[in-house]
Design a protein around this ligand. Structure first.
Ligand SMILES: Cc1cc2nc3c(=O)[nH]c(=O)nc-3n(C[C@H](O)[C@H](O)[C@H](O)COP(=O)(O)OP(=O)(O)OC[C@H]3O[C@@H](n4cnc5c(N)ncnc54)[C@H](O)[C@@H]3O)c2cc1C
Length: 418
């Protein structure tokens, strides 16, 4: 294990591993669903002690070292009243989140985290046994910057610092609406049509729990006031019988804590399957969700979805090939989750969530590289779609010896004959 404090430590660690032929992995926030930041019989290059953040309020940029967890990024930026669109869980690493995309409650207005990445500093392998630092931006190594915007963590080198565009932020308004489970077939279709059609200043989520829990909860964040938010969510409030409602204006930093709370106290073991929705589910798709969640293995299973696209969304305004993240036309992203505590429960949970994702196959597509899943056979297509061939070329250029590799890493592309 190499805990790095400076870029030179990272260079030394990569050299050390290469000289000895030892496998290596890169780690920051430790949140990889499939453990891609860990390795047996090799070394882990951990950057979590590299946690400096500087904000230039005049140029509206922040330089963020890659060891930072999201909560620290939000807090430091909030001190200067600026924000970066990023994810919800406080201890997720900005490193892996950014390289795979980065979705959250500011996505529809300000895009993915990677859309705001202007520059990356990265330690890459060099020569037969060496390592060196390069800086990728619009002018230099622009292909590596392109690949770092959605190409996934751990593929090309060790990112040590990101330069992000940041946005001014002060108060935002947030909502939460709860329905009973019996409203599922009314609420889900309405949310699916409504969430991509409202102003891009509003990004929202919906979580349908297992029937044993018996609730459906939609939450969201508006860059605007509580009055406007109340008006915007009327179509939701008119659907079924909401049993709980909260709408309020809060400082942005408080909103990040509100959205973080929903992920506390989860069961320690899980299998998650991701997917994108390009249009609302038909009645048959909604009934599949109803049927699976009414026979869920336990009360910790759920389906969660977030709006990404639609009306002027900054995510969809970017072309699928402009960055390595290709899923620009998706309206929503889904996460199907099974969670459990005891090993004996594992098989049943994994089988359930696998059958669930399969049943939805006619209605959803692809997967987010930050929700990796070792069971996906054609993962290059699922994660990267039209961008896979270019990613292989970037891999060949920056990591021709395939130093940075794991079960689903981008393979070294073939040399193109001239
Ligand atoms: C509880 C939970 C909540 C989540 N919420 C969100 C969310 O709101 N939005 C969202 O978009 N995603 C979310 N995710 C997914 C998250 O984006 C990915 O798990 C992401 O890869 C985590 O990055 P990490 O640095 O924490 O993890 P790690 O396990 O440290 O790394 C993940 C991958 O990135 C590589 N990597 C790590 N550091 C570096 C580096 N410095 N340079 C190069 N490669 C590196 C690793 O080798 C590995 O392949 C969530 C995940 C979890 C478990």
């Amino acid at each position: 294990m190499f805990f790095c404090r400076r870029t030179q430590d990272v260079i030394n660690a990569v050299r050390w591993a290469r000289e000895r032929g030892v496998r290596l992995r890169v780690r920051s926030g430790r949140h990889s669903y499939e453990g891609f930041s860990a390795v047996n019989g090799g070394i882990i290059i951990d950057v979590s002690a590299m946690d400096k953040i500087t904000v230039d309020r005049k140029r509206m940029v922040a330089v963020v070292q890659t060891g930072n967890p999201l909560a620290r990024v939000y807090n430091k930026l909030w001190n200067k009243r600026v924000a970066l669109p990023a994810g919800t869980v406080p201890d997720v690493g900005v490193a892996g989140l950014t390289l795979g995309g980065g979705i959250g409650l500011l996505s529809r207005k300000y895009g993915l985290t990677c859309d705001n990445l202007k520059q990356v500093r990265m330690v890459v392998a060099s020569g037969r046994y060496g390592a060196k630092t390069i800086v990728a931006n619009k002018r230099k190594h622009s292909d590596l910057l392109w690949a770092s915007r959605g190409g996934g963590g751990g593929n090309f080198g060790v990112a040590t610092a990101y330069t992000f565009r940041v946005r001014p932020i002060s108060n935002v308004s947030i909502y939460s609406v709860t329905w009973k489970w019996c409203d599922l077939e009314k609420v889900l279709p309405v949310w699916q049509r409504w969430s991509p059609s409202v102003t891009n200043r509003l990004t929202s989520t919906i979580e349908v729990s297992a029937k044993q829990v018996g609730t459906i909860v939609s939450t969201g964040q508006l860059l605007g006031g509580a009055e406007e938010l109340r008006r915007l969510i009327r179509p939701l409030l008119r659907t079924g019988t909401p049993v709980k409602l909260m709408v309020k204006t809060v400082p942005f930093i408080e909103a990040t804590r509100f959205f973080a709370e929903s992920d506390l106290n989860l069961e320690p073991k899980f299998k998650i399957k991701g997917a994108y929705g390009f249009k609302p589910l038909p009645g048959r798709g909604v009934r599949i969700i109803r049927d699976f969640l009414s026979k869920a293995p336990n009360r910790h299973s759920s389906v969660w979805s977030q709006s990404l696209g639609g009306a002027g969304s900054a995510v969809s305004l970017v072309s699928p090939t402009a960055t390595a993240y290709p899923h620009r036309n998706a309206e929503t992203i889904y996460e199907l989750s099974a969670r459990w505590r005891r090993s004996g429960e594992q098989q049943r949970n994994i089988q359930w969530v696998t059958r669930f994702r399969k049943a939805l196959r006619p209605y959803v597509n692809g997967d987010y590289v930050n929700f990796p899943d070792l069971q996906i056979k054609n993962w290059p297509k699922a994660y990267y779609s039209v961008n896979f061939a270019r990613l292989k070329r970037v891999k060949r250029k920056y990591d021709p010896h395939n130093v940075f590799r794991f079960a689903q890493s981008i393979p070294v592309g073939k040399r193109v004959k001239k």
